[in-house]
Design a protein around this ligand. Structure first.
Ligand SMILES: Cc1cc2nc3c(=O)[nH]c(=O)nc-3n(C[C@H](O)[C@H](O)[C@H](O)COP(=O)(O)OP(=O)(O)OC[C@H]3O[C@@H](n4cnc5c(N)ncnc54)[C@H](O)[C@@H]3O)c2cc1C
Length: 300
């Protein structure tokens, strides 16, 4: 099924059995059958079309910071949009970036250019594409506030530019999720600002994260979506689950919204812990917690 991919003139290297734990911040999960690190838009379009024609399942990977890969790995091709697809440039108040650009790098680029609006993104360890796809946000900011337009690959394999008004952004939600659109690049609209104030705000947010989040452990950040009217971390803490473990997966004792990997957790451990949390929180508070993290792949 996947043989047809080997003949294609990708600029990036196509590899077999790539360990996905090395590409995700949770550091769990089995291998991808096939793995390609895109080296430009041509690779993305070529891979997309070939997968469609040959019936190969395609999974998009940004920086792997919101992804839980199951222990049996991922069937088909994992298309990674990272370093090879991360060009950026600033023009006036606009910041242009390819999907693989790191949010942190973009926040620093904006700081250097004296542009405000992206300070919230400094500590989010994802790619522009992954963040624009799910409307990542923190400390009162979110991607929907800064995206002016996105260049996307649609389900017919056409590249088109969509203005933010057509992206149906909501809380950790977008049209790209509903329609299976792939984010290729973005134009962000920022505002002129004072470099010192921008830098101070970024440092302040970074300090808050270091104080509140267990950044020394592998994780996917906040594991669950914020249920309306509640905070997931608070519910988990109030259910007495701080420190609870399944294998090497643990509810952080520092921030109960984080499920961390103490070293040798399997994806099955993480899923077991997720189910335990969902059950306990529902039984105590009648609130259903839904994962914010995307769970992909197959069981062993
Ligand atoms: C320590 C820590 C702190 C975090 N803090 C925050 C926070 O404050 N706020 C927040 O919102 N998130 C936070 N996160 C989660 C994560 O960083 C964000 O969700 C980020 O946007 C994910 O981007 P990514 O490139 O890593 O996506 P990935 O994890 O690689 O992928 C996530 C999903 O996006 C899809 N995807 C990726 N790239 C594209 C693309 N170009 N086009 C279409 N689909 C794509 C993937 O297929 C997958 O379904 C945190 C994570 C960690 C580990």
């Amino acid at each position: 099924m996947s043989d047809c991919l080997w003949k294609l003139p990708f600029q990036g290297e196509l590899r077999r059995m790539e360990p996905m734990r090395e590409h995700t911040t949770m550091r769990v999960g089995g291998p991808a059958d096939l793995f390609l690190e895109a080296q430009g838009e041509e690779d993305v379009v070529l891979a997309w079309r070939a997968c469609r024609e040959c019936g190969v399942p395609l999974t998009l990977l940004g920086r792997g910071s919101n992804l839980l890969v199951l222990d049996g790995g991922i069937e088909g091709l994992v298309l990674s949009l990272g370093e090879g697809f991360a060009q950026t440039r600033v023009e006036g108040c606009a910041l242009y970036a390819q999907a693989g650009a790191k949010l942190k790098a973009l926040a620093n680029l904006a700081l250097d250019a004296g542009l405000t609006g992206l300070e919230f993104a400094e500590g989010i360890p994802g790619s522009l594409g992954g963040a624009a796809w799910m409307n990542a946000g923190a400390y009162g900011g979110e991607m929907a506030q800064v995206v002016e337009s996105l260049r996307v690959l649609d389900r017919e394999g056409r590249c088109q530019t969509l203005p933010v008004q057509e992206l149906a952004y909501g809380y950790r939600h977008s049209r790209m999720m509903d329609e299976g659109l792939l984010v290729l690049s973005a134009k962000l609209r920022l505002q002129p600002g004072d470099r010192e104030r921008i830098g101070a705000r970024m440092q302040e947010l970074s300090r808050l994260r270091r104080e509140k989040q267990p950044l020394q452990y592998p994780s996917c950040g906040s594991f669950f979506k914020r249920p309306e009217g509640y905070f997931a971390g608070k519910l988990i803490q109030d259910a007495g689950l701080k420190g609870a473990r399944v294998g090497d997966a643990q509810i952080s004792t520092q921030h109960a919204g984080f499920l961390i990997n103490l070293g040798n957790a399997s994806a099955a451990d993480v899923i077991g812990l997720m189910r335990l949390v969902q059950k306990e929180v529902y039984e105590r508070f009648f609130v259903r917690l839904e994962p914010e993290v995307r769970i992909v792949g197959r069981d062993l």
